[in-house]
Design a protein around this ligand. Structure first.
Ligand SMILES: Nc1ncnc2c1ncn2[C@@H]1O[C@H](COP(=O)(O)OP(=O)(O)O)[C@@H](O)[C@H]1O
Ligand SMILES: Cc1ncc(COP(=O)(O)O)c(N)n1
Length: 279
């Protein structure tokens, strides 16, 4: 039977991030995509023009409708916008704690617009984070969640440990925002003490709109297919590396990545990703 995955996230009218990126990624990886929309953004590659949150009761109703009926094997959250929506999502997911949950703690769009209200950070930490199988912050998001500055690999390890202490089962701290190194290096750490780094060549490109969404969606799709968390994050790193490398020339700003690049490569791993077991 085909497995389904559920994304609980915002709509990006420009199609590069949010629900649109998630559904494209699920499809590319052979998983049936379902969705619960949390917010509508009027957005393109240049920025966010407007945000309209969805009523928290409608967010809850969408989650119920999907989970009542469809064979959802993994769930991902993206833009959640408000404390009210976070509460509602946490409440709905409580009965489904056996389904792996990937939390991408989306806060700010590449253009600088806020996708999470400041007062919602506490709700995210208290209500949702402890339920996560995996949390996938970028460096600025990890800094907000932990209150720690991250400027080096050592800082990444310290922050990832702080995130684990908040109750999630594993952390994938994405290093795309680090400017001190010529590579894009992500740190994976679990509550069981397993840890490794995934290092790839940093690509000079404008086409990074939706990288975080796409990466977390690829992990979710691989989990929905029954792969282990470790295997899922490694496959997803290959997926995102190829998607960035083959970015699409669309729009005048931060263009989208190419969700079809991994399929076009015959689902082959790229030489550009190196796994480093930490000492
Ligand atoms: N210029 C780049 N070249 C290669 N990989 C990148 C680049 N920018 C980001 N990545 C990778 O893309 C993924 C998303 O990372 P990041 O940009 O840190 O998150 P976000 O999109 O949430 O801000 C990570 O695996 C990161 O290492
Ligand atoms: C609806 C929505 N969700 C998430 C993002 C973050 O994506 P990015 O950080 O790549 O701009 C976004 N821009 N829009």
């Amino acid at each position: 039977m085909t497995s389904a995955a559920l994304t609980i996230a915002g709509s990006d009218s420009g199609g590069g991030a949010g629900i649109q990126a998630d559904l494209k990624t699920f499809q590319e990886l052979g998983v049936f995509g379902t969705s619960a929309l949390t917010a509508i953004t009027a957005q393109n590659t240049l920025g966010v023009h407007a945000v309209q949150p969805v009523d928290a009761r409608i967010v809850a109703a969408q989650i119920q409708a999907v989970l009542d009926d469809l064979p959802v094997k993994a769930i991902k959250t993206g833009m959640l916008f408000s404390a009210e929506i976070i509460q509602s999502v946490a409440h709905e997911l409580r009965a489904y704690s056996a389904i792996p949950l990937v939390i991408d703690p989306v806060m700010i769009a590449k253009g600088g617009a806020s996708l999470l209200q400041n007062e919602a950070v506490a709700a995210l930490k208290d209500q949702l984070l402890p339920a996560a199988t995996l949390i996938t912050p970028n460096i600025p998001e990890a800094e907000v969640l932990t209150g720690q500055l991250i400027r080096s690999e050592r800082d990444m390890v310290l922050a990832a440990n702080t995130l684990l202490s908040m109750g999630c089962s594993a952390v994938l701290l994405k290093g795309g925002h680090r400017e001190d190194v010529p590579y894009a290096e992500d740190l994976f750490l679990t509550a069981n003490g397993e840890h490794f780094l995934m290092r790839s060549k940093r690509i000079e490109t404008r086409h990074t709109h939706g990288t975080g969404c796409t990466f977390a969606a690829a992990i979710t799709a691989e989990l929905a297919k029954g792969h282990s968390l470790e295997k899922a994050v490694v496959t997803a790193k290959h997926f995102i590396q190829l998607a960035i490398e083959n970015g699409i020339e669309l729009g005048q700003g931060h263009g989208p990545t190419n969700h079809g690049a991994f399929r076009n490569s015959g689902y082959l791993k790229t030489q550009e990703v190196e796994l480093i077991e930490r000492r």
